[in-house]
Design a binder for this molecule. Sequence first.
Ligand code: SF4
Ligand code: SF4
Length: 192
Amino acid sequence: MEKPELECIEMNSGFINEIEEGSGIKVSACFQCRKCTNGCPVTFAMDLYPDQVMRYIQLGLKQEIRESATIWVCASCETCTTRCPNEIDIAGVMDFLKQSVVKEKGQAAEDKVLAFHQIFMDDIRKRGRVFETGLVGKYMLHSGDWVTKLKDRSILDEMLLGWTMFRKGRLNLFPKRIKGKAEIEKLFNNSL
Ligand code: SF4
Ligand code: SF4
């Protein structure tokens, strides 16, 4: 029988070093048991499973990871990190990968999630906490969602929801700052 042709993968060991040195997380310890993937609540929306992301990093498949939707779909719930028998902080790796794309001003497979991520992180950096009212407005503008919502008139439902939340004290009209802002700034400077 004729053997199928195997595709050769060019290894890029620089990528795993970049991740391990930058994040302090030992991805090379992953032995592919898949406990992370089996516990992840959002695998249904992923095109690469968490254990595959770990394997791709080991193989140096940087571009494939950056083009995948997985890092943007990850909800940072940390279930994977808790389950890993080798104490690999998989959620931390996902965060690190997201931040690398933002830092290098790369394109994301999920542009709207990238827009949300950037606005959310900018808010935290600026005030130490999220100002939800401003975040919704900025997200609508950046993602272009306001156009769709205006056309199908669902923007009225959003406004009604906003008004109900405001009446119940769940939305503020003005942003608030936290006391430890300098510490937050330090965290950003150390991680970016
Ligand atoms: S942190 Fe992300 S990858 Fe890990 S279990 Fe939660 S959603 Fe899945
Ligand atoms: S649980 Fe840990 S060791 Fe197992 S596949 Fe996931 S990252 Fe690798």
